[in-house]
Each structure stands twice: as structure tokens, then as C-alpha cells.
Design a protein around this ligand. Structure first.
Ligand code: H79
Length: 440
């Protein structure tokens, strides 16, 4: 390894499990992308996509005034959707900070809005009982010392031009700057539950973690906030304590993710429409069923979902967001017991077709999510567990268990572990009904 320090943090596996317990129990969180790009309303990468200079981009800084910003409203909506934590962009790649900082003038307090947005945000989400997390971008397209790389708005056409463009830019200075920022956000706002760094990638120098001094940064993070949970985007996969969970982005996870042959904590971050920042003209929205399925399937493979909202430049949620969150909340209000504290079901039988299983190891309850509602009988084949009781989750109505039925003409073979669930013929008025099985 680059720095000769394998261990960033001393901790037993049991201690780590305990530190991460709230997060693994939570399963569902809100990502918030809010910044100057919210006003362009056409992708948070707009500066890069349209190759805008710092000067051109300045107009958004001069206008920034989210007069409808009220994080209490955001927090209430997150809670009502069933989310248990939230992560906000304290600084995205554009380099603008939503917090007041000693180290830059490119900050919210110098816009027409004029106030630090982060303290209020932390207070509002805490007040609703949600855990709070900060996203911080390692990339910075505003800082004059930041290396121009292939992702930068000023990225050149030719490889040879990098050296010329980067002449006079000193990454050492930026490295200090970013460390100072991270120190600020982790000292000024009380306890912070989660840090989401984004992201180390191959740049023209091929330095990766060294450019950010990721190891030094993470040591500081752990010292400042010993209970904090951090993601894996600082290139510290080989370091103990370098990361806590991995972050498949807009990606469907097929099975529990592993690293070096071991199952790891994971969280898929997802958008409603593709863009993270508010995107007025993007109409490719995921529907209620897709979003619920995403959540259920993630939990069934041991993972979390961080679902993103991009508030408008005035600081409010778009009606499409409100609708989607309300729809999720409606389902969660009756079915969240099949999500919180749940994980992948133990081996022991095969899930019937069109069903997804989640399991709560504490209560020993197994949840059968009916993606495609069956007609009357649902057969659990070769079910290795004894069932004490079965009910629908949404209304706690009992579901009868019987021997499997056989066609009277052709006798079918059933094993002694085959069980039949007798369902109402009419699908309950729930997007995805859930059967709760109490295991002995
Ligand atoms: O903050 C969100 C993204 O802006 C950020 N991570 C999430 C959480 C992110 N940074 N980089 N990437 C994602 C991957 C880079 C994707 C790119 Fe592109 C493909 C950059 C250029 C082409 C996406 C599509 C951005 C612009 C077009």
C-alpha cells in the first residue's frame, strides 16, 4: 500500500457490527443533491457537460437564493416515506459549499441566501429521529489548485495538454483545503452519523488515493467522529477501517456483494429519473412498483437503498418527488416491518415464483413479498422451518396453512415439508402484499 499504514482504525468485528447496527437496521435513506446546479435544472454535472468556465458558472452563485428552503418540511417527507437516515451534499463537484467555511468564499453565506444551510438541516432531520450524513465531493471544479483531469470542465482534447493546463496548479494545496473542509463539517455540527465521499478515480497522474491523502483524511475522520460510518469511494479498500460499506450507483445488485470472498455492507444509491440534481425536463421516472421492488430486493440481498431527491433552486421538492415519496410511504406505513432490521433469508427452501423473501433474524419472522399475486393457493416447497403462524402484514389477517392440494385425476407427490398457504382470491389493495411467517 501507498502509505505503509494498513490500519486506520482499531476495532473488533463485533465492535464494527455494533457501530453499524443502526445503519443495517435502517435499510432506507434519503440522498439529497442540492447546490448551484439545482438552478440550471439540467444535471448536477452541467458545468462539466457544457464545459462552463468558473466565470460562466458564477451566475448561479450570484443568484442562489432558495427562499423556500425549509429542511423541516424535507425531514417530515423523508420520515413519512419510511426513511431512517439522510445524506446531503455539503459540497458537490462544482465546489460550492452549503456550509459556512473559513477556507473559501465560494459558500452559501456569500450568496443572496446568506445563511449556512447545514446546521438547520441537521437539526431538522435529527428532530424527526433520522440519522444524518454528509456527502462531500473530493472533486472540485472551482478550486484553482485542483488538478485538471478527464472529468474536469476544462479537460483538454489531447493528453499532452494536461501538463500545460496544470502548470501552476498545486494539488498539495487542494489536499489541505479538502481536509480542512472535512474537519469543518465534522466539528461544527455535532455528531454526524455518516460520511459519503465521492470519489477517487484514475486521473492523468494515476495517483488515486494519494491525491486526496485518503488514509490521512480517514484517520482524521475517525478521530473526529469515532462512531461515524463511511463509504468506500476514497480508494481505501485495502485498509482496515478505510471504509464501512460499498456503494453501487444506479445499479441493480444481483446478489449480496462480496469483497475478498466476504459479504460486505452495501448501499445502492438511486435516482428517480437519472439525474441527481433537480432536472426539470427529465421525465424518465421510476414508478411506485419499481421503487418498492428495488427496496425489497435490496433488503433481500442484505443491502440498503439511498434514494435521491434533487430539490429545486428555490429549495422545495418537485411535485413528482412528493408523489413518489408519498407512494412509498403508503406502502411502508403497513409493510415496513418486512424492511427494517431485515436481511437476506437463511437457506432452507426456494422462494415460490414471483416472490421475494426478507427475514428478521431477531424476531425470526420471514416475509414473503408477493410481486405477482397468486390465485388462492401458494405452495411453499420443501420448507425447512416450522411455521407457528402466518398472516398478511398489512392487516394482520390470518392466513390458513394446509396440506398441499393435489389434482384428483393425477396424484401429485408432495414432500412432508411442503406447505400450502390459502390466500384470498382477491388481491388485497396493497401494491405488493406481504405475508408474515412466524418461525419456530
Ligand atoms: O453525486 C452523484 C453523481 O454526480 C456522482 N455520484 C453520485 C452520487 C458521480 N460522479 N461521478 N460519477 C457519478 C460517475 C461519472 C459519470 C459520468 Fe457522466 C459519465 C461522467 C461523465 C459521463 C453522468 C453522466 C455525469 C455526466 C454524464
Amino acid at each position: 500500500n501507498v502509505f505503509g499504514q494498513e490500519k486506520i482504525w482499531e476495532e473488533t468485528p463485533a465492535q464494527k457490527k455494533e457501530r453499524m447496527q443502526w445503519w443495517t437496521d435502517a435499510r432506507f435513506g434519503m440522498f439529497i443533491h442540492f447546490g448551484l446546479y439545482s438552478q440550471a435544472a439540467r444535471h448536477e454535472w452541467v458545468m462539466r457537460k457544457e464545459k462552463m468556465s468558473v466565470e460562466e458558472y458564477e451566475k448561479y452563485f450570484e443568484l442562489f437564493n432558495p427562499d423556500l428552503y425549509d429542511p423541516k418540511v424535507w425531514a417530515k417527507k423523508a420520515k413519512a416515506a419510511g426513511m431512517k437516515y439522510a445524506v446531503i451534499t455539503t459540497k458537490h463537484h462544482e465546489g460550492f459549499t452549503l456550509f459556512d467555511s473559513e477556507y473559501t468564499d465560494y459558500k452559501i453565506t456569500n450568496t443572496p441566501y446568506g445563511k449556512d444551510a447545514i446546521q438547520e438541516w441537521v437539526d431538522a432531520f435529527r428532530a424527526e429521529g433520522l440519522k444524518v450524513g454528509f456527502y462531500y465531493s473530493l472533486l472540485d471544479w472551482h478550486h484553482p489548485e485542483y488538478t485538471i483531469d478527464r472529468n474536469h470542465p476544462l479537460s483538454p482534447e489531447n493528453e499532452e495538454d494536461y501538463a500545460k493546463l496544470n502548470k501552476g496548479r498545486d494539488m498539495d494545496i487542494y489536499r489541505e483545503y479538502l481536509k480542512n473542509h472535512v474537519r469543518e463539517i465534522l466539528t461544527k455540527y455535532g455528531k454526524i452519523d455518516l460520511l459519503w465521499l465521492d470519489y477517487s478515480f484514475p486521473n492523468p497522474h494515476g495517483k488515486f488515493a494519494e491525491d486526496w491523502d485518503s488514509a490521512g483524511l480517514m484517520k482524521m475522520v475517525r478521530e473526529l467522529q469515532p462512531e461515524i460510518i463511511v463509504n468506500d469511494r476514497a480508494d481505501l479498500k485495502e485498509y482496515e477501517g478505510g471504509w464501512d460499506f460499498t456503494t453501487p450507483e444506479q445499479f441493480t445488485v444481483e446478489k449480496w456483494l462480496e469483497y475478498n470472498g466476504e459479504r460486505v455492507a452495501w448501499e445502492t444509491c438511486q435516482t428517480f429519473s437519472g439525474s441527481w440534481g433537480y432536472y426539470r425536463d427529465e421525465y424518465t421516472w421510476k414508478n411506485k412498483r419499481q421503487l418498492l421492488t428495488l427496496l425489497i430486493e435490496s433488503v433481500s440481498k442484505g443491502g440498503n437503498v439511498l434514494l435521491n431527491v434533487g430539490p429545486t433552486g428555490r429549495g422545495a421538492f418537485d411535485p413528482r418527488v412528493d408523489k413518489a415519496l408519498a407512494e412509498m410511504g403508503e406502502w411502508m406505513a403497513y409493510n415496513s416491518r418486512a424492511i427494517y432490521e431485515c436481511t437476506q433469508a437463511p437457506e432452507g427452501f426456494t422462494a415460490p415464483p414471483n416472490t421475494v423473501l426478507t427475514y428478521n433474524p431477531k424476531s425470526k419472522r420471514l416475509y414473503l413479498h408477493l410481486l405477482n399475486y397468486p390465485t388462492k393457493n401458494l405452495l411453499l416447497k420443501d420448507f425447512k422451518y416450522k411455521i407457528k403462524y402466518a398472516q398478511f402484514l398489512h392487516d394482520a389477517s390470518e392466513i390458513e396453512l394446509t396440506e398441499p392440494y393435489s389434482h384428483w385425476m393425477i396424484e401429485q407427490e408432495f414432500g412432508e415439508n411442503d406447505i400450502n398457504l390459502v390466500l384470498p382470491v382477491t388481491k388485497p389493495d396493497v401494491e405488493i402484499p406481504v405475508i408474515e411467517l412466524f418461525l419456530k
